[in-house]
Design a protein around this ligand. Sequence first.
Ligand SMILES: Nc1ncnc2c1ncn2[C@@H]1O[C@H](COP(=O)(O)OP(=O)(O)OP(=O)(O)O)[C@@H](O)[C@H]1O
Ligand code: SF4
Ligand SMILES: [Mg+2]
Length: 440
Amino acid sequence: MTDRPDLAPVVGAPAPDAFPAGPAADAASAAEIRGRRQWPLPKQADPDAPLLVVEDLRVHFSLESGSVKAVDGVSFTLRDGEALGIAGESGCGKTTTALALIRILPGNAKVMGGSVKLFGIDLVPKTDTALRRYRWREISLVFQGAMNALNPVKRIGEQIAEPIVVRLGQSQADADRRAGDLLELVGIPRQRARAYPHELSGGMRQRAMIAMALACDPAIVIGDEPTTALDVMVQAQILELLERLRRELGLSLILITHDLSVIAETCDRVLVMYAGRVAEEGPVAEVFTRPRHPYTQKLLGAFPNIHADRRTLEVIPGAPPDLRTPPPGCRFHPRCPLVLPVCSEVVPPETTFAGVRVACHLYGPESDGSPVPVPSLAAGVDAPLTPDDGAGPAGPPGPSFADVVAEELAATTPAHIGSLDHSISPVRPPGEDRRPGEDA
Ligand SMILES: Nc1ncnc2c1ncn2[C@@H]1O[C@H](COP(=O)(O)OP(=O)(O)OP(=O)(O)O)[C@@H](O)[C@H]1O
Ligand code: SF4
Ligand SMILES: [Mg+2]
């Protein structure tokens, strides 16, 4: 795996006629990206199928006090080489959605319905044993807080090599070599393979977690708040690393984060979830500059931006609902400033405008898809800062996060990511074209 020309850069690219397609928008680039992987597609795969198609996914948790409808009809697609950000307030089902893809769920969770098609293969009806073949090999995870995820009494090299031996049946010597290569790939000298997790800094541990996630050469890496516990400088380095790996290795990323600026900088598309459902989904540039769903607008308005002049942040009144007894109709209706009579009775259907899906009654068949602005703080919902608050004089309302994103997208040229000059030991022994235990 030495030949890794850069993939077409997309993130942060200027948007000549509105919004560019993702890096894997066409079949040719999808084939190129798939060709970079060391393994052929699983035998049951449909080579023409998209990488990942999730449809109407539903996951409930059983509690004595009732059933928590944590994920209730979530659908999305992830294409080869694409980065999808998942945003939303705490408890809206981001982690549960991600864990449900490969069913690494708590014991009281159950996938109630829907499909998760990877290369056209539906993973939902698969038994746990059958699904093991897809975990880490096709889809792997980087969790928040590597200290909790890494085994404190095992050297990091051993931990990276373990799945290569156990899941791929490689010899210990080959696995150790690959573990060293992967450490170098993520910016850790291979000699540090002998270190224990507590001997590494937080950023190094998170890099080691990423190396573990890459151990079996997966197609998709899911990062669940992968930078949350890190300081901003290290955060930036880890995000740059993920972005670089995406381009160089042809990875697809699902990035779950509360930090909308991370999604703006790293992702091609964004999925905004509210109370277990998709509120809005589409290209980052379109959704962040012309948010249509009132919840997306409120979420963006509530996000601080250090590049903007001082402005009073929006607040989203109320709190997300108890998902044991979610509100009928649109789940956002008790908090929505534009609520209509129909909203408390009928679940809003999804409508698509300019590649953006939005589930809101404001955008029915009569709508042309133009965003309907929600009342904002600028209209006097909250008092602006005053000189008396100790923070200095407040200026006029500054640009919103959406304005700043629009400006930066227009000004930014695609970041050049240097080619990684690492040759990684293959996970596939010469002459083998299928992994041990591969589906017949
Ligand atoms: N094991 C569990 N048993 C019962 N309910 C659960 C369990 N795990 C999560 N939940 C509930 O499921 C819903 C979705 O939780 P989830 O962790 O997916 O949200 P999230 O969007 O990832 O939140 P956060 O941003 O805080 O990580 C929440 O209402 C949460 O309380
Ligand atoms: S469907 Fe109704 S309540 Fe829900 S976001 Fe749209 S306008 Fe608001
Ligand atoms: Mg979570």
